[in-house]
Write a new protein. Sequence first.
Length: 172
Amino acid sequence: MEKGLVLKQLFDDKIISLLEFLFSNKDSAFYLRELSQKTGISVATTYRILNRLASLGIVKVSGYKRFKFYRAASNEITEFLEAMLKTSPIDEFVKKAKQITGISSIVLYGNPKPKKANLFIIGEDVDRAAVDRLIKDIEKLYGFTIQYLVFNKEQYQQMSEMGIYSQQKRTL
């Protein structure tokens, strides 16, 4: 079993979500409410988790009085946790997208950039609204943009044979 998956099963989902968001946005500091909105965790729970993580040296708190900013600390503990939790946004998307009605396969088109990837989604009667919701969730959580096209198997095969979209492709 993957190390990140073990951690996710051992710890509370909310803590993991908050850590993943902070690790994905290491160069930024956030207000409490902002973190709450971006992770979908209530303000009270976010506050409780942040205080616990700060006491462990995982989160750095800065600011003055009521104006506090939170960011991932930079130390051996956070490096260890980040390595253990490391899940790429593309892997997360693929794992969840395979549950969407109509999708039979997903192809990564070209080389992914640090904050962006292009995907071909292949299937019949794909629930595009569900795909769009998932992409918004991935973008909110990871700050990662996914652009996609949907093809049925025949269309994808014809496009490949014609040499359209001839860049590197990898089935995920």
